[in-house]
Design a protein around this ligand. Structure first.
Ligand SMILES: [Cu+2]
Length: 446
C-alpha cells in the first residue's frame, strides 16, 4: 500500500526508491495506524485544521483574550506523561499548547495574563511592535543590573498584566513567555498568533497576506507547531528542584503538542483532553475549476533545534517568513519552491501546498510503473482502499474492512531529522502526521 501510494507522484517515487530503510519504516507507521481509532467529535471546532480562538468583548476590531497560566500533564507516545505549564484559554482548564489566537490586521489586540504559577511570568509577542503593558510601553525588567524578564510580568501566584498592541502585519507568529524563557517556554508557555490580512475595510480570511496570490482554501489551513521536551527538566520543575540547563537534552518532539499517532487524531479528541490540536492535513486534489486554491501550512518552531519538516508528494511554495510576505519593495513575488522546510528556532514559515495528479495515473491507461507486491506480502492498514489509485476502491482480502471513505490517499508528513521523530528512543513517533488527499469533487468523501 505504501509503495502504491508512494509512486503516485514522481518526486516521491524517486526519493522513496533511494531510501528503502525509510520505506520500511513508513510501512511500520502504516501498521501502527491500524490500531488507531479516530473519535467522533463535534464539528466546532473543526475536526481537522486550525481551531482558532477569537477574542471576547472589545468590539469587532478590539479583541480581548484572557490567558491563565496553569499546570497539567500531557500524554506522550511512549505511554509517559509530562508535567507542563501552559496558557489556558480564558479561565479554562490546562491545555497544551496555548490557544491559537486569531485576529485581523489592524485590530487592537488585548491579552490579559492571569498568573497562577509559583513564579512571575509574562508574554512576549515576537514580530509585534509598540506592545503596551498596563497601558505604557512594555519594558525589560531588571533587578539592579540583572535582567529578570524581557517584558513586564504578572507576579507569582495571582498577578495580572494586560498587554495590548495593534496587529499591523498579517502572518504567523509565536507568543511565549519572556521570563526565564529557558525554563518557562520549555515548560510549555507558548502558542500561535495568526493575523489575517485586511485591504481597506475588507478582511481576507482566505489570504495569507495582503496579496491575492496568497489565497488558499479555508478548510485546508493547517498549523505545524513544533516543540521539544527534556523530561528531566519537567520532572525537576514538578518536584521544585533546580535544573542545570547545561544538561538540557530533548527526548521528545511534538507537533501541535502531540506525538504520532495522537497527532493525526481529531481536534479535541476525547482521550487527549489537554492536547486539543490535531495535525492531520486534509486536502483535495487540485482541479482548475472545482478546487483551484491550495492549502496553507503555517509552520512554527518554538524549540531550540532546527526542525526540517516535509510533506511527501510535492514541493511547497514558501510565501512568507516570520510574519512577512516574500516580496520585493515593489511587491514583486519572491516566493520559492522547497521540499523540506527547515524551520529555525523561533521562526515561522507560511507554505502553500497544492496536490495534483501530475502524471495522470490510471489503472488501465497509465498504470504506476512499479510492480505492486503480492497481496500476501502487503500489510493492510485501516486506511487502505484496495487500490493505489486516487479515487478508486477495489476488493479487499477476506476479513479486511476498509474505512478509507472514498479512495483517498494518506501521504506522510514528518520531521526529517529522524532522531526527532522519537519519544525517548521509541522510533517513528513524535512530529509525524499525515496528509489526506481526497479525489477531485464530486466525490463520496462526505
Ligand atoms: Cu520524508
Amino acid at each position: 500500500m505504501m509503495r502504491g501510494n508512494a509512486v503516485m507522484h514522481g518526486k516521491t517515487r524517486t526519493r522513496s526508491l533511494r531510501r528503502p530503510a525509510l520505506l520500511v519504516a513508513l510501512t511500520l507507521v502504516w501498521a501502527t495506524m491500524a490500531t488507531f481509532t479516530p473519535a467522533a467529535t463535534a464539528e466546532t471546532p473543526p475536526r481537522v485544521g486550525i481551531a482558532c480562538t477569537t477574542g471576547v468583548g472589545g468590539g469587532a476590531t478590539s479583541p480581548i483574550f484572557n490567558l491563565t497560566t496553569k499546570t497539567g500533564y500531557i500524554s506522550l507516545p511512549d505511554g509517559n506523561t509530562a508535567f507542563m505549564w501552559g496558557y489556558s484559554s480564558g479561565f479554562g482548564a490546562f491545555q497544551h499548547p496555548g490557544p491559537v489566537l486569531c485576529v485581523n490586521q489592524g485590530d487592537t489586540v488585548t491579552v490579559i495574563l492571569h498568573n497562577t504559577l509559583p513564579e512571575a511570568t509574562s508574554i512576549v509577542f515576537p514580530g509585534q511592535q509598540n506592545v503596551l503593558a498596563n497601558g505604557v510601553p512594555a519594558q525589560p525588567q531588571f533587578s539592579g543590573t540583572t535582567l529578570t524578564s524581557l517584558t513586564n510580568t504578572a507576579a507569582a501566584t495571582s498577578g495580572t498584566v494586560t498587554y495590548s498592541f495593534v496587529a499591523s502585519s498579517p502572518g504567523t507568529y509565536l507568543y511565549e513567555s519572556g521570563t526565564n524563557p529557558e525554563k518557562q517556554v520549555r515548560m510549555g508557555l507558548f502558542g500561535a498568533l495568526i493575523v489575517r490580512p485586511k485591504t481597506g475595510p475588507t478582511v481576507h480570511a482566505d489570504w495569507a497576506y495582503g496579496r491575492s496570490d496568497s489565497q488558499f482554501t479555508p478548510s485546508e489551513e493547517f498549523m505545524v507547531l513544533l516543540s521539544e521536551i527534556d523530561p528531566y527538566q519537567h520532572q525537576a520543575v514538578e518536584q521544585n528542584k533546580t535544573f542545570n540547563m547545561n544538561n538540557y537534552h530533548p527526548r521528545y518532539w511534538l507537533i501541535n503538542g502531540r506525538g504520532f499517532p495522537d497527532s493525526i487524531a481529531d481536534n479535541g479528541a476525547s482521550w487527549l483532553p489537554n492536547q486539543p490540536y490535531g495535525a492531520l492535513a486534509d486536502v483535495s486534489a487540485y482541479n482548475a475549476s472545482s478546487h483551484p486554491y491550495p492549502g496553507l501550512a503555517r509552520y512554527l518552531n518554538v524549540g531550540t533545534e532546527d526542525y526540517p519538516f516535509h510533506p511527501h508528494g510535492n514541493n511547497g511554495l514558501v510565501i512568507g517568513r516570520d510574519g512577512r510576505p516574500l516580496e520585493g519593495t515593489g511587491g514583486e513575488d519572491l516566493s520559492f519552491e522547497k521540499f523540506a522546510i527547515n524551520i529555525g528556532p523561533g521562526q515561522t514559515w507560511d507554505v502553500i501546498f497544492k496536490w495534483y495528479d501530475a502524471e495522470g495515473y490510471d489503472p488501465v491507461t497509465n498504470p504506476v510503473p512499479v510492480t505492486v507486491p503480492q497481496m500476501a506480502n502487503q500489510e493492510i492498514g485501516v486506511f487502505y482502499s484496495g487500490s493505489p489509485y486516487l479515487g478508486t476502491k477495489e476488493t479487499l482480502p477476506p476479513g479486511i474492512q476498509s474505512v478509507n471513505q472514498c479512495g483517498e490517499y494518506y501521504i506522510i508528513s514528518h520531521n526529517h531529522a529522524l532522531f526527532q521523530i522519537t519519544s525517548w528512543g521509541t522510533n517513528m513517533t513524535g512530529p509525524i502526521t499525515y496528509m489526506r488527499i481526497d479525489p477531485p469533487t464530486p466525490n463520496n468523501c462526505g
